[in-house]
Design a protein around this ligand. Structure first.
Ligand SMILES: NC(=O)c1ccc[n+]([C@@H]2O[C@H](COP(=O)([O-])OP(=O)(O)OC[C@H]3O[C@@H](n4cnc5c(N)ncnc54)[C@H](O)[C@@H]3O)[C@@H](O)[C@H]2O)c1
Length: 266
């Protein structure tokens, strides 16, 4: 199936590592131009090099961008428009957490989680919308988490903030659908790379080194109906599907779990 993404342009925030890296590479395979907006430039350059090596018709560039900084975000969107003429897709992929009991968290930690996971989405979405409205089209996909649907242990603040992302995206879908802009959300479950090299030094998984030993992965897999943890490509395929006007042109305001059936929302 031709997804119609050849020579289109996608901004992927946090597109250097793990899930973001896979999203960048799956877009690259479709011949989509990619703007990788990340704070980890060495890892982003590595991913862009891999994407450009696929030679599928698009070009990947890297922009240093902290999604919590509005000037950075504005400059990232401008760079995408200057380089490729327009931006068709925004993937709000950046996210961060450090799992702990709510009683162990501090107000400083709450601010950090809210800022990266929620304000980052607000900043990037706001920065592309005028352009997409003017173009009368676009697709925005935000990466949330099954923690937003499950009340997950040790993810109180993160899960609450990701639920805010789900709700925000539904409102955006309602407000800008009339301009041909679609807004959807993907909720991963535990999603780990096959190789450590696929995560960057600023990845949240660096702080969780040793968390996912083969034993632990097996235990996690047992609570998933499909009996396996997610791989970054599982999420990337759903994102690229939702970004495609050909495949998902009549889908907006939806929250899709890609988690082996961990959460099932009716
Ligand atoms: N991997 C999982 O198990 C899992 C599960 C549920 C949801 N998620 C969500 O999926 C998304 C991707 O997760 P991941 O596992 O690939 O994370 P990751 O930590 O491996 O990668 C995140 C990327 O974002 C970059 N980044 C961090 N803060 C940034 C900022 N302020 N501005 C710009 N870039 C920044 C990092 O450098 C890194 O390249 C996140 O939104 C996360 O909350 C992941």
């Amino acid at each position: 199936m031709d997804l119609g993404l050849l020579k289109k342009t996608a901004i992927v925030t946090g597109g250097a590592s793990n899930i973001g890296r896979a999203i960048s590479l799956v877009f690259a395979r479709e011949g989509t131009n990619i703007v990788i907006g990340d704070i980890d430039i060495p890892q982003a350059e590595k991913t862009a090099q891999e994407a450009n090596g696929l030679k599928a018709g698009g070009k990947a560039i890297v922009v240093k961008c902290d999604v919590t900084n509005r000037d950075d975000v504005t400059a990232m969107v401008k760079k995408g428009i200057d380089e490729f003429g327009r931006v068709d897709v925004l993937v709000n992929n950046v996210g961060w957490d450090n799992m702990m009991l709510f009683t162990e968290t501090t107000p400083e930690f709450w601010d950090k989680v809210i800022s990266i996971n929620y304000k980052g989405v607000l900043n990037c979405t706001r920065a592309v919308l005028d352009h997409m409205i003017e173009n009368k089209g676009g697709a925005i996909v935000s990466i949330s988490s099954d923690a937003s649907r499950m009340g997950e242990f040790k993810e109180a603040v993160y899960g609450g903030v990701k639920a805010a992302v789900n709700s925000f995206m539904k409102t955006i879908a309602r407000e800008v659908g009339r301009f041909g802009i679609r807004a959807n959300t993907v909720c991963p479950g535990v999603t780990i790379p096959k190789e450590d090299a696929q995560i960057g030094d600023k990845s949240m998984w660096k702080q969780a080194a040793g968390l996912f030993t083969p034993d632990q992965v097996e235990k996690i897999a047992k609570v998933y109906p499909l009996r396996k943890v997610g791989r970054p490509e599982d999420i990337a395929h759903a994102v690229v599907f939702l970004a495609s006007n050909v495949a998902a042109g009549h889908i907006t305001g939806q929250v899709l779990s890609v988690s082996g059936g961990y959460s099932m929302v009716g």
